[in-house]
Write a protein that binds this ligand. Sequence first.
Ligand SMILES: Nc1nc2c(ncn2[C@@H]2O[C@H](COP(=O)(O)OP(=O)(O)O)[C@@H](O)[C@H]2O)c(=O)[nH]1
Ligand SMILES: Nc1ncnc2c1ncn2[C@@H]1O[C@H](COP(=O)(O)OP(=O)(O)O)[C@@H](O)[C@H]1O
Length: 202
Amino acid sequence: MIKAMAGPRPVVLSGPSGAGKSTLAKKLLEEYKGIFGFSVSHTTRNPRSGEENGKDYHYVTREVMQDSIDKGEFIESAVFSGNMYGTSKASVQAVKDKNLICILDIDMQGVRAVKTTDLNPIYVYIQPPSLTILEKRLRDRKTESEESLQKRLEAAQVDMEICKEPGIFDIIIVNDDLDNAYAKLKQALIEEIEKVQKINSS
Ligand SMILES: Nc1nc2c(ncn2[C@@H]2O[C@H](COP(=O)(O)OP(=O)(O)O)[C@@H](O)[C@H]2O)c(=O)[nH]1
Ligand SMILES: Nc1ncnc2c1ncn2[C@@H]1O[C@H](COP(=O)(O)OP(=O)(O)O)[C@@H](O)[C@H]1O
């Protein structure tokens, strides 16, 4: 019996808001064009300046999002800091169709939900050096209101405890120096990267 060839394993990036997940994901997508693809989530939060609909997120209303969830169009969805977020089946499929390594930037609820699926990703936790540094980075990013910032810091404290549970994450990367953290991330994904590079060159 001929088995369909399994595509590359996806990569889940999780960790507190402000830990550096999007920064690291962007570096991978930039350095490895044609190797990685981003799973564009849906969200009900407002776009930040510089964010693009369909690229960073699909920005939708609660009604539209709930309707899609009810129709079974999502792999997982969660409420984070008062907004809905979710990974649609179509978003992951679009990346898989191109034989790219799918990057999912999702919160801890998403991680738990993905664990019940057959996605079989590599689970990476991005850890800030400390809560104090996380707060500074979030403030310097200038994207959050004080209320939103406080909610994110509260969620961060919970996350940073949960991530210690054995078996949830394959690797925990402390994002102190960015270049260092990025090197560790690449190292963790090298097998999958080389798999795709081989397929592409054959
Ligand atoms: N479960 C789940 N979480 C998501 C999804 N998309 C984004 N998130 C998470 O939602 C949280 C907030 O994301 P965002 O509003 O972009 O803020 P940021 O992480 O501070 O840039 C982060 O922890 C993301 O990882 C998704 O599709 N599903
Ligand atoms: N290693 C680092 N050192 C200093 N600042 C960083 C580092 N990594 C990320 N940042 C900055 O911290 C902020 C949060 O990073 P971001 O990638 O938006 O986090 P996340 O996607 O996890 O919420 C951004 O302004 C980013 O430029």
